[in-house]
Design a protein around this ligand. Structure first.
Ligand SMILES: [Zn+2]
Length: 543
């Protein structure tokens, strides 16, 4: 890009930011947050509302289908339903006879679904002789008061901007109330370690406040800034929400910015609470929880009684071990993306990342037709939203993840509240396929988070494969090793890498094609790359 092009791009960005910088709307948000917090929801109310929302889900879905799809001639979903020959009366009969999920499975079989690439507008939707394109904006809720924008991390794609409305957070509060009761979380001191807007931490803070639960600390990870105006807008919105939360909520923290190297500040806070006989509950993402646990280990501080709630990336065995080693426990949550909370950690989990699907606000199915990802049959998850207040209307939309869905009796309070469907072993296949290299992330995690630390020292997050293209379009691979790991015999490490990769299901392909294309793999001692949301992935694409 020439300097002139770069300047023109900045100007366009500035103009777009300025258009989004709605000063009046931002100040109105203060009053809307105040109103939101005026009504508190007790646990009993949350449980009652939760039950009602489950009882009414089929009828709510049909109303939504009628008003937002069948009565809107421009709806992309209508095109898919027409292609499938499914009229409203057919859909009603299907749902009333078999239930939502079986009806959605049937629709998916007949072409009524969107792949992640189709939904994002990266690929044309082709069903039979018809073809068309959509963008994520086509599914957005129409403007309503009381909204603020969040953005996905954009690790692999352009960040997805979603507007979260306060009335939508109110619905999320019901499930959170039941979840807090299931894990006894009302008795804990709560903290969040996550970024300010456009990150999603504000959602948790507002939901806690609506439940009357104070959040004691907000440790805010720094996000690489965008344009100054963009950053200013997000800071202003964050602080307006914080101000309203402080004045009208039960206890709302100011963000305290901390660097990745300062995890001991979080550990010190946990110690301080322990002295007051309070257990701590920290909402963050998996690699951050592992990093906090590791800091505690190095400081010689036990975190017994502390509970982490993690999401955002594969929650691997090595990360769990790092957390358990210091005596802390962990539960997980699953977000479908775009402000759609899709799962809350089971209180009697059989699997590490096991969640109850939030069936009160959405329906989740596995696509009946499998994709062949490097010889493995993968059924993408498809999500359908059941509330008009959701940031986007989804009807069998894939997000690039797959996982195991099953009904089982776990005996926890979420099950008693009516959430029978469990989801676990959640992975992204999009990350595997989008680069055309078909890496199996799970295998890479095993190698980089467990085998290497066991043999060469360090822990999860210390090793990372970085793929970049040189000026000639050649792929180059670098094995990044955190400087804190200490001296390493590089030839032994590289030999282990080659051996480890050759053992994987994609081993032959990797060694024959990728390794050859990449030429020699180098080892570089530097801090591994972190995504804008703080994730450290085993494979980083630097291009
Ligand atoms: Zn459970």
């Amino acid at each position: 890009m020439t300097k002139l092009e770069a300047l023109a791009k900045r100007c366009r960005q500035f103009k777009a930011d300025f258009k989004n910088f709605d000063v009046r709307g931002r100040f109105a948000l203060y009053a809307e947050v105040r109103e939101f917090l005026r009504e508190r929801i007790t646990v009993q109310q949350a449980k009652d509302e939760f039950r009602i929302s489950l009882d009414q889900r089929a009828e709510r879905f049909l109303t939504l289908a009628r008003t937002r799809i069948y009565e809107r001639p421009g709806s992309p979903y209508l095109k898919l339903l027409e292609f499938a020959g499914c009229e409203l009366s057919d859909l009603e009969a299907l749902v009333r006879r078999h239930g939502i999920e079986p009806a959605l499975m049937r629709l998916a079989t007949e072409g009524v679904y969107l792949t992640s690439d189709e939904f994002k507008g990266k690929k044309e939707i082709v069903r039979g002789a018809r073809s068309f394109r959509v963008t994520p904006e086509d599914f957005e809720r129409r403007y309503a008061p009381g909204g603020f924008a969040i953005e996905s991390s954009g690790t692999r794609n352009r960040p997805l901007r979603s507007v979260i409305y306060l009335d939508w957070l109110r619905f999320r509060t019901f499930a959170t109330g039941v979840f807090f009761a299931a894990h006894d979380l009302f008795s804990y001191s709560h903290a969040i370690y996550d970024a300010i807007l456009p990150g999603g931490a504000v959602n948790h803070l507002l939901v806690n406040a609506k439940l009357g639960k104070a959040t004691d600390r907000w440790f805010a990870r720094r996000v690489p800034e965008m344009t100054p105006l963009h950053a200013l807008a997000h800071h202003l919105t964050t602080y307006l929400i914080v101000l309203a939360g402080k004045r009208h909520g039960p206890g709302f923290p100011t963000p305290r910015f901390i660097e990745v190297e300062e995890m001991e500040r979080i550990v010190r806070w946990i110690e301080q609470e322990k002295r007051k006989k309070k257990a701590c509950y920290i909402t963050t993402i998996a690699s951050s929880a592992a990093r906090i646990a590791r800091a505690a280990w190095e400081m010689g501080v036990a975190l017994d009684g502390t509970k982490f709630n993690v999401a955002g990336e594969p929650f691997t065995e090595a990360k769990e071990e790092a957390i358990r080693k210091v005596g802390a426990s962990v539960t997980s949550r699953y977000s479908y993306g775009g402000g759609t909370s899709a799962g809350l950690g089971c209180a009697n989990p059989r699997y590490r990342d096991e969640v109850h699907v939030n069936q009160n606000t959405l329906a989740l199915i596995r696509h009946p037709a499998a994709l062949d990802v490097n010889g493995t049959a993968i059924h993408p998850l498809l999500c359908t939203t059941l509330y008009a207040e959701a940031p986007r209307m989804l009807l069998n939309v894939a997000n690039g993840d797959y996982g195991t869905l099953e009904e089982r009796n776990c005996g926890c309070e979420l099950e008693r509240a009516g959430l029978a469907l469990h989801l676990h072993h959640i992975r992204s296949f999009e990350k595997l396929t989008s680069e055309g290299m078909n890496y199996f992330y799970g295998e890479l995690f095993e190698l980089l988070e467990k085998l290497f630390p066991a043999e060469f020292g360090g822990g999860p997050g210390d090793y990372q494969l970085v793929e970049e293209e040189d000026g000639n379009g050649q792929t180059r691979l670098t094995l990044v090793v955190h400087p804190e790991v200490g001296p390493i015999r590089e030839d032994a490490l590289l030999a282990r890498l080659r051996e480890g990769l050759a053992e994987g299901p994609w081993g032959n392909k990797f060694t024959s094609e990728i390794w050859r294309d990449a030429g020699t793999v180098r080892v570089q001692r530097q801090v591994p790359y972190t995504s804008p949301r703080g994730k450290i992935l085993p494979l980083h694409f630097s291009r």
